[in-house]
Design a protein around this ligand. Sequence first.
Ligand code: PHE
Length: 446
Amino acid sequence: MSGKREQWASGHGFVLATIGAAVGLGNIWRFSYVAGENGGGAFLIIYLLCVVFVGASIVFAEMALGRQASGDAVAAFENSSPGSRWRYAGWVGVIGSFLILSYYSVIAGWALKYLVGGLTGILWLAAGEGFGGYFNRFISNPGEPVAWQMAMLAATMFVVAGGVQRGIEAINRILMPLLALFVVGLAAYAATLPGSGAGWRFLFVPDWSVLLQREVYIAALGQAFFSLGVGMAVFITYASYMTRETRIPLFGSAIIVGDTLFAIVAGLAIFPAVFAFGMNPEAGPQLAFITLPQMFLAMPGGEFVGPLFFALLVAAALTSMISLLEVPVASVVHRTRLNRWGATTVIGVAVFAVGIPSAMSFGLLSGIQISGRGLLDFIDQTVSNYVLPLAGILICVYVGWRWDRSTALSAADLAGKSVGLIWLWLLRLVAPAMILLILFDSTGAL
Ligand code: PHE
C-alpha cells in the first residue's frame, strides 16, 4: 500500500470525471441502436423509469459506500463488514469492470478507426463498395481491430497512470465540456435536415403496442445500468477519492441528469438524420458504423460532421474506459506493492489479452456463436442485462439492509432529509423488486 491516498482537486473535478465515466459509447452507440431496435418512444419511457426507480438510488449508494471506505471497491465492503463474505461483492465490481473494458475497448477502437478514416478521407472512399461491406471487411480482418483496440487501451493506460488529479481529472475537465457542446451542435444540425421531424417523433411519440413485448423491459433495464455505469464499482472507486465536504445528493443527481440528457440529445443527433436519409433505425450494433457514414456522405457538410461525430464517440469512450480501468488498478495499488504505473501496465496488458477474442469475434472467431450471438455481442448482452442488475441488487441489499438506517442516510448526506427516506425505500424494496421482476419475466419464468 502506498502512503497518502490520492484525492480529487475539487468537487467540480469529481463531478466531471464521474459524468465522464457515465457518458460513453453507451449513450451514443448503444442507446441509439437499442432504442432503434426496441421501438423508440415507448422504450424511452421504460428506460427513464428504470433510471429513476432503479439506477438513481444505486448511484447514490455506490457513492456513499465509496466515500466511507476511502479504499478500493473491495475495501468498501470490507471496512464496514470486516471478515464477511460481502467483500466478494466488491470483487464482482473489480472483475466486471475488467471484463467490460475488454470488449468496450474493441468498439472504441472501431470509433477511432472511423475518426482517422473520416479525417484522412479514406472512409469516404469506401462509399464505392458500400459502408456495409467496408465495415464487415474491417471487423473481419484478423489484425486490424486488435490494433485499434490496442491504441485506445494505450491512451487509457496513459491517462490512468498519470493519477487521479493529473490524469483522470485533468482530461475530463477538458473533454466533458467539449463533448456537451459537440452533441448539442450535432443535434441542432440534424434538426435542420428536411424530414428530420420523423426522428423526433420516433424518439418522443410512443408506439404503445411495444409495451407488450417482454424483451423491451430487459433491454431498457440493461441499458439504464450500462449507460449510468452503475453496478461495476466505478462510482465506489471514484467516490473513494472524494474529500469530505463534497455533497453526494447534488453530485449524484448531476450525474444521473447529465447522463440521461446526453443520451437523449445524442438520440436527437442520430435519429432525425437516420430518418431524413431514409435509413433503418433497427440496424442493430452496426447503426453507428454503417448507417451513419452513409448519412454523412449524403448530407451537406458531412465530411466535417462525420469526423466530429466519431471524435465525440472516441472522446466519450475514452473517459469511460478510464473509469473502467481505474477500478481494478485501484484494487491492485491498494492490495499489492505495485505502484500506479506498475498496476496500470499489468492490468492494461491483461485487459488487452482478454479482449482479443472479442476483437476477433467477427473474423477468425465468428464461428463461435452463443445463443445466436457472436462473442462480443453475447458478452455485452449478458453483462449489461444480467451481471450489472444482479451486482446492483447486492449494492441495494448491502446499503439498504445490512447498514442501519442512520448509517446509510448519513453516508449519503441524506440524514434528516425527507428524500432520504424515499432513497432508502427505493434501495430496499423498489429497485430490487423491479430488477427481479424484469429478470424473471425476461427469462420467461413469470
Ligand atoms: N457508462 C458507460 C457508457 O455509457 C459504460 C460503463 C459501464 C462505464 C459500466 C462504467 C461501468 O458507455
